[in-house]
Design a protein around this ligand. Structure first.
Ligand code: GLA
Length: 658
């Protein structure tokens, strides 16, 4: 099996005489996998119940003859006009009660029985027709679930929500208890009185919001499941994927990943953002982590510019290659794009394609051709793993809860995760992400940024990690509520108070001045951190057995603990009551890596160094040339290191000389 190379192929946008040229050019570019039919429902079923497969037969046969494998989409992501015209109740409704129109894409309510019935009929027909096609490599269910419509507030959704709640709670009394409906006269006497959390006069019930987020993710998962079950029954040996969208808030990918054979991701970091190499790496690491290290596919990226930002800068020369190797280094077994041939009509005609409007005499084509050729020669990478000794805990319940509003402070959970992740990235230390229920065995350092919602099982998991010899770093805003959004029994941090040896008396988030974009800070000091500032947050914290490693030094909090360490079992549990500034975060992370016995090298020059299997990938994201800091031979160029220098966007893949 090669490293897959290719992308979305939409032949229905082109006359037939282009199809042969497509296949020839795919061969020239080294395309090995094409995702076909993602938005072709209207073409496959032009009228309700009337199927036209002839064109797709031809396309698949041509691809097969050309040696291109097919990732066949179920085509259900964009219901055709006849469907929404005949069944307008399928159209989704926003939180404000606006029914969305057709004429774009993803115009369906995930709970709609009509949509599901018609979607599964199409999928059944596709599975029957193409299940045995020799080009079929992978099934691609729908497209980017929840991208445009993740929550639907229509009456059909309201009924489905009630059923979901009934299954979850069993009785309305249990729901009232979990939701705390004694507050603001919200007690329900039957499930019929419960609605989705539509726009209301002021704050809506937090547990209702959290349950609706869970329900909405589950409804989309049910749509996926409905299609996947048909495909699995028809073709048990063909793997199934659906494309994710990185750190996507509405869908709980931990839960979904268990039901997906191959994780795949669509990723569009901003080519002009200097943080993109780090945010990109964080996304790759999440994708690899979703199925505990299993290789994944970069299902979509842009060959150059996208069309959906306000200003769509192209990728710099070499950038798509450098970023592609970042994915391979971090566990991807396929590099695919949106899309093969740049469209000439429709909303994405200004989105780059592997085959641009300018044709093959273009930078984008030449760069793609080069990469396709290189990846074809790298089969030895396929299936190899990436090892990490550091884990960062991440959780969708916490994301949904912390960003609800009516909380102590408005915070971005992703930004909080990234702040800690980045310190590992700049030191070239590999990180896995873990869900609160994952085993932490094998990790020497676990970082827990603001795990706002924590179950008793999650806090036990963290406690066991520290007691059995691990380093554990827990930040402020962790275990504030249980899974029902109720304040944790025993007070903030719950059972972690004992693990960490601290007690929180009161939160003191730092106010953001109305007319300032600056992050508010508070001063702190300690031997380990030196003089530093804390960002966004502070609190009145008591050390109850923990050693105080840093204290706040100014204002009302002067003298109160900011960083503590508690030795438990054979490990240590650290708590930080603010977010130390970047330099201090770096010092703290270096100290914890030292305690955990993990080596690191602070890379000032923008060099990313990642070990996958037996190979070390070195990528120069910096502007200046940089020397490869690993000894061996570059499998891409045959050059030896030391003595090998990479230009900006340059890549080397080093095999140690034996
Ligand atoms: C997403 C979609 C594609 C296309 C691209 C454009 O990833 O899946 O169909 O719209 O965005 O960037």
């Amino acid at each position: 099996m090669p490293i897959w190379f290719g992308g979305d192929y939409n032949p229905e946008q082109w006359p037939r005489d282009v199809w042969d040229e497509d296949v020839q050019l795919m061969q020239r570019a080294g395309v090995s996998l094409a995702t076909v039919g993602v938005f072709s429902w209207a073409k496959l079923e032009p009228r309700e119940g009337e199927f036209d497969f002839e064109w797709l037969d031809t396309v698949l046969d041509k691809l097969h003859a050309g040696g291109v494998r097919v990732d066949l989409a179920t085509a259900t992501a964009s219901p055709p006009p006849w469907l929404t015209h005949a069944h307008p109740e399928v159209l989704p409704v926003t939180v404000d009660g606006v029914r969305l129109s057709a004429g774009s894409r993803q115009q369906y309510c995930p709970s709609s029985p009509v949509f599901r019935r018609l979607a599964t009929r199409l999928v059944t027909a596709l599975a029957e027709r193409y299940g045995a096609h020799p080009a079929l490599e992978l099934w691609h269910v729908s497209n980017e679930y929840g991208c445009h419509v993740s929550h639907c507030y229509c009456d059909v959704s309201a009924d489905a929500f009630r059923t979901w709640l009934q299954t979850k709670y069993g009785s309305v009394a249990a729901l009232n208890d979990a939701w705390g409906t004694s507050f603001w006269s919200q007690a329900y006497s039957t499930f019929d009185e419960v609605y989705p959390p539509r726009t209301a006069p002021t704050f809506r019930n937090p547990t209702q919001l959290l349950d609706f987020d869970r329900f909405s993710s589950d409804e989309l998962l049910d749509c996926y499941r409905g299609e996947a079950e048909i495909l699995r029954a028809a073709t048990p040996d063909i793997p199934i994927t659906t494309n994710f969208m990185g750190w996507f808030k509405p869908v709980d990918y931990w839960k979904w990943a268990a039901e997906i054979d191959v994780i795949s991701d669509d990723s569009y970091p901003d080519p002009t953002d200097p943080l993109s190499p780090a945010t990109g790496a964080m996304t790759r690491d999440l994708m690899r982590s979703l199925r505990k290290g299993q290789p994944w596919l970069l299902m979509e990226q842009a060959p150059s510019a996208v069309n959906w930002r306000a200003h769509n800068a192209p990728k710099a020369p070499g950038q798509q290659r450098a970023w592609s190797y970042q994915s391979v280094a971090r566990g991807a077994d396929g590099i695919l794009y949106f899309q093969w041939r740049q469209s000439v009509a429709g909303a994405e005609k200004f989105h780059s394609g592997l085959l641009p409007h300018a044709g093959t005499d273009s930078r984008v084509w030449r760069e793609s051709e080069q990469l396709g050729g290189e990846l074809a020669a790298l089969a030895e990478v396929v299936g190899t793993r990436v090892a990490a000794r550091v884990a960062i805990m991440f959780d969708w319940d916490s994301l949904w809860s912390i960003e609800q509003g009516a909380t102590p402070a408005q915070q971005s959970y992703f930004e909080g995760i990234f702040a800690w992740y980045r310190e590992f990235f700049t030191r070239n230390v590999m990180v896995d992400f873990v869900s609160p229920s994952f085993s932490l065995d094998g990790y020497d350092l676990v970082v827990v940024p603001s795990l706002f919602v924590a179950t008793a099982a999650a806090t036990e998991n963290l406690d066991a990690h520290a007691r059995s010899g691990g380093q554990l770093l827990v930040t402020y805003q962790t275990a504030i509520t249980d899974e029902n959004a109720r304040i944790t029994a025993g007070g903030y941090l719950g059972a972690l108070q004992r693990t960490l040896g601290v007690r929180i008396e009161e939160f003191a988030p730092l106010a953001v001045p109305v007319y300032s974009s600056e992050i508010p800070t508070v001063e702190l000091a300690g031997t380990l951190l030196g003089d530093a500032s804390g960002e966004l947050w502070s609190e009145y914290l008591h050390a109850k057995g923990a050693r105080v490693e840093a204290t706040f030094t100014t204002g009302a909090l002067a003298g109160w603990p900011a960083l503590t360490r508690n030795d438990v079992g054979t490990g240590a549990a650290w708590y930080v009551a603010t977010r130390p500034d970047a330099a201090a975060r770096g010092r703290l992370i270096e100290h914890l890596l030292g305690e955990a016995g993990i080596e690191f090298a602070l890379e000032q020059s923008g060099l990313e160094v990642v070990r996958r299997g037996e190979l070390t990938f070195v990528i120069n994201h910096g502007a200046a040339p940089a020397a490869v800091p690993v000894a061996g031979t570059d499998v891409l160029s045959g050059a030896s290191s030391p003595g090998l220098t990479l230009d900006s966007q340059g890549v080397a893949i080093i095999r140690a000389d034996s």
